[in-house]
Ligand binder design. Sequence first.
Ligand code: GTP
Ligand code: SPV
Ligand code: MN
Length: 608
Amino acid sequence: MSVTSLQESVGGAPTTNTRLLDWVEEVAALTQPDKIYWVDGSAEEYARLTDEMVAAGTLVRLNPEKFPNSFAGNSDPKDVARVEEQTFICSKNEHDAGFTNNWMEPTLMKEKLHGLFAGSMRGRTMYVIPFVMGHLEADDPKFGVEITDSAYVVASMRIMARIGTPVLRKLEELDAFFVPALHTVGAPLRDGEPDVAWPCNEEKWIVHFPEERAIWSYGSGYGGNALLGKKCYALRIASAMARDEGWLAEHMLILKLTSPEQKTYYVTAAFPSACGKTNLALLDPTIEGWKVETLGDDITWLRFGADGQLRAVNPEDGLFGVAPGTGWGTNPNAMRAIAKGNSIFTNVALTDDGGVWWEGMTEETPEHLTDWRGESWTPDSGRTAAHPNSRFCTPIDQVDMLAAEYNEPNGVPISAILFGGRRKTTIPLVTESRDWTNGIFMGSTLSSETTAAASGQVGVVRRDPMAMLPFIGYDAGDYLKHWVTLSKTGNPDKLPKIFLVNWFRRKADGSFAWPGFGDNARVLKWAIERIEGTAEAVETPIGFVPAPGSIDLRGLDLTEADMAQAVSVVPQEWAAEVQSIEKWYARFGDSLPDELAQELAGLKSRLG
Ligand code: GTP
Ligand code: SPV
Ligand code: MN
């Protein structure tokens, strides 16, 4: 493919940026697509691409009376989640990838990838998607260009990020750096070979070169494996940028809370995948007088401002939410956003009248559906209708309770950070850290049961530091050190308060100890009242838990005895927990910051 044929390529105007032109040319020579298409990001283009995908059988158009301008598609059953075993951080030195990442020597990995990418786009169109993570008007906009051979990825990226010609023009104007993010589904077509609805490859490689700030993704078309602005850029590559530039890229939601006194607070929360970020971000409070608005549901970039105040922005522009469990009862704000249309659903079930359904969407289960594998389904089929990691992909500006500050390029000041996981036992509903470093300790020892968001066994407890285990783009010990040292650049009087939460503790009968969802506003209220110094707490060896009566239970069918159990610190459970934390910390070796080793020693001595 020559530059001349590039200029004859279709779509938005090719660029004057020679680095980009050279890269596109190089990739085209390697992958040998039939066509190169420059994505302009327009509505017309989206309409054309989705029409093409409907014709190809990748998507079906939903009933426009129920879901206007919306589509549903099913992935290959072997391509339904992030593939952590096949995700690599290829730093020059193995140490810089750390023990939490897979590593391969970069030149070896490049050789391997060149072999796989050679001719991988034959028979397909190569799309070039200029994108920016965060605001185009930010002080230092973070650009990327994704090259992909998947129209599904183009359409999804248009919902999830700011893309297209305006981004390309700004990139040219600033002559800015961009992250080259290369993606192929790894399914070239021979002459005349018919395509399948969801092309992908059995073999998958999700590879990051943190020093070069480059991404290569092979073989998958799904979610975080393929929408490279999301986890690959905005977390793994961005975390390495953030270490070098003095900020943080985190797996967090951002919400705005307004008290009955009309005081506002911004809160971020880091929970592992499928552990409640989208739900908390879109919370519909069950307590009177408190208002929640959202700014983000998955990824947050945090910086200390010149005034020493930690500020947060959401680098994304859409929701890629877990469908199952999202319903009118649990998350009406998400349901209202989805009902406005303009969404792509993946691996959900179809209703007979051209709508979508998933477990937990409505109280009543439809009598007949087409399940996510495309098979006829009834309630006694003995399997779920939607895949547990099925997703809705919806523009964030369709959320009615989106905070106006979402459009603030330099973000909002943070008052509190929550770390949370999915634990049946041990971890109380909410614990306030003793101080900032103790809060980092809580984050660094965060643990959760694995979920369907990643392939592999579900329900196994693992440590997931700051909910970033699969997303730290460098050595995990250096990452914790970065948290400790970076906060020393902040104003100590303005550091957010850190809390550990667990919506998923169980009672002896196996049911949830806490109702969760909208009632989590009661926990947020307690956290704010702790910041204001108006709520009571009890000191325990692990931190401060709510004093009896300090959590607002009005209107809730929960006794003080239930509540006491939900916040209890059980010595036998903590004896086991400390052993498990010791084993976890041992894995860091010399990389573990002294401050955190001291926190563990302090916890042990307090537990006695
Ligand atoms: P990712 O998009 O994978 O990062 O997930 P997430 O952290 O945004 O999780 P999400 O809010 O989508 O929730 C995942 C699952 O947990 C859904 O099935 C929810 O219904 C369920 N869930 C969320 N919040 C609560 C809660 O407070 N209590 C209970 N019991 N379940 C919850
Ligand atoms: C997660 O797994 O944390 C997600 C979904 O938010 S994905 O985009 O696939 O990473
Ligand atoms: Mn996530």
